[in-house]
Design a binder for this molecule. Sequence first.
Ligand code: AG3
Length: 273
Amino acid sequence: KTDLWFTELQNEDLTIGLRVAKTIHSEETPYQQLDVYETNQYGRLLVLDGCVMTTDKDEFVYHEMLAHVPLHTHPNPENVLVVGGGDGGIIREVVKHPSVKRAVLAEIDGAVVEASKKYFPHIASGLNDPRVDVQIVDGIKYVEEHANTFDVILVDSTDPVGPAVGLFSKTFYESVFDALKADGLFAAQTESPFVNQNLIRRVYGDINKTFPITELYLAHIPTYPTGMWSFTMGSKTHRPEAVKEVRVSDTKYYNLGVHHAALALPNFVKELV
Ligand code: AG3
């Protein structure tokens, strides 16, 4: 075993550490530092600016939960947009839905897409689906330029620092609202209720001012700060509580029970919304 450890400084008082078996790749892209490591505990690890993006062994939780809770909430999602998510994990889940006719990935950093294709082929696999359109563009601009276009928008961003700050703003949620059709809905990853209470409160409030229906839901992601992760959905008409059946079969985390359980909030999280 090596004496090499990857450590994410999750905040100034908190870290996660994973022993590194091997450094696979390191580069400075025009937007961020990108590293790929082989770890003993979680398999391959993708890191952007020092933060865990995904690992082989727990990626399914995040990708399935950010994709399937909103996609099942919409009765017939045909046009889907993923903002960020250059590794392709969300797109892989989106194309499992037979109703989907077109899925656009709007990722600002082409280097993330390339690294994922090379080092995480099982995560990037959906990017080759003929319904998928990969655009290396600024997601904020893309959303602003596409009014009334999408049934579902999924925001798979990094933390609200650096390139992703704009994806956590009220102006962005307003343009997401406009980019959605009359019964559209969206969901975004919104960090940990144990360390990001102020962010969750603020984001929930901003989405709630923009959309008639706002819902927070949770999942367990061991390699993200604290392991307890939140997602926030904004919807024009459809409610996630109304979902009665699952339309995809090959999932490792998501099922009908998990869908509804994810919407049940512990009291300390309820206080944030
Ligand atoms: N999106 C990043 C979620 C935030 C993780 N934050 C952290 N480790 N501090 C993940 C991209 C996966 N497709």
